[in-house]
Design a binder for this molecule. Sequence first.
Ligand code: FES
Length: 159
Amino acid sequence: MSSFETKVREALASPQNQGEIPDADAVGTVGSPECGDMLRMWLKFTEKDGKRVIDRASFQAFGCQTAIAVASMATELLRGKTADEAKHLTAQELTGDLGPLPPMKIHCGQLVEGALRNALDQDASAIASSNPQASAMAPTLASSLQPSRSGSIRIVPID
Ligand code: FES
């Protein structure tokens, strides 16, 4: 067994942050038309040292084991990050200790990245609607529907 498979197996033995955050500030749901898998991510923010940072992130996956392992790593990694810092994390960075994903599994990481981006977009829209000045900076619907920038796999937002 490769070290990647061993790490996925270890992550699956005790996946972190599974399940809904009932009072979440943002929820993102995406699906991969290629494999039919789906992933939903919840984000809860808090104020820390004058910055708005992610207090908790959680997920539910209807998908493969790699997506679950990556989501487990990613939701740990997101704690303490601002929305802007989180937005700049790539699928490969979100895999944490799992290391680089094998080529066949790259879209599994992109599913997690897509759910995170979808949640961050919804959070930005919610902030913009409570603060009209910020709405000029909010991502447009068209930009939130753009495919993930890495790779050719389509990850689509799901209502
Ligand atoms: Fe589809 Fe992993 S096989 S997300």
